[in-house]
Design a protein. Sequence first.
Length: 250
Amino acid sequence: MRPTLRPRELMTGEPDLAGVWTAQVITLLPQAFPGVLGESLTGRALKDGLWQLRTIDLRTFGLGPHRNVDDTPAGGGPGMVLRADVMASAIAEAGAGARGRMPLVYLTPRGRPFDQAAARRLAQGDGVTLICGRFEGLDQRVIDGFGIEEISLGDFVMTGGEIAAQAVLDAAVRLLPGVLGNAASTEEESFSAGLLEHPQYTRPPVWEGREIPPVLLSGNHAEIAKWRRAQAEQVTAERRPDLWARLKRE
C-alpha cells in the first residue's frame, strides 16, 4: 500500500512491490506503456518483478469539463504549453509513490545529452520519475520549482517524450541486477569504457568470401583482448571523434 492523492482500485493485477526499482511516467498517453519495454529482456524482468512501472495520466489532473492540461504561451507564439499547476498535481501524485533516490526527469530536446553514464546512475538508484513533454513544452516555473533534471536523446525534435522515456528506461533497466543473463556482457559494450564497441562475429567462419579475423579463432585471449581494444579505438576515432578527443584528454 502507498498514499495517493486520488482514489484508485484496491484490487489490481499489478500490485506495488516493496524495494523494487521503480519507474514512474507522467504522460498524456499512458496506453503507450509498457510498449516495447514489455518485450524481450525488459519485459521478462518486468513480469519477474525485477522492476516495476507506474503510469500517471496527466489528463486526470486537467482543469474544467474538458480536462485541459495546457494553455497558450505567455508573450504569444504558436502551439500550447503544459500548465505548471496541472503538472504540479501530477508530480505530487508521483511523489506519493516515490522513495529513496528517484530523480524527477523531464524529457526535452534542450536537456543534457543522455548517455551510458546517466543510464548507470539511474540504475544505481531506487528508480526514476519521467515527465513526457508534449506541445511546446512545460512551464518553466514548475521545472525550477521542483528542481527537475532535463535530459535529451539528441539534437532532434519528437512529437512527445513517450518514445524517449522508453529509450531511457530500456537503457537503465538492462543494467539492473539479474536483467541480463550475462552481466559481463555490459562491460565490453559501447560507451562502457568511453569507447564504441569493437566489431562482433559469429558462425559461419566464412560468409560470401569474408572470413572471421583469425585472431578471434586463435584461442589466445590476451591477443583477442588486444585486438578488440585496438578495433574499439579505431572505430571510435573514425565515427565519434568527440568521444575519442575526450578519452585522450582524460
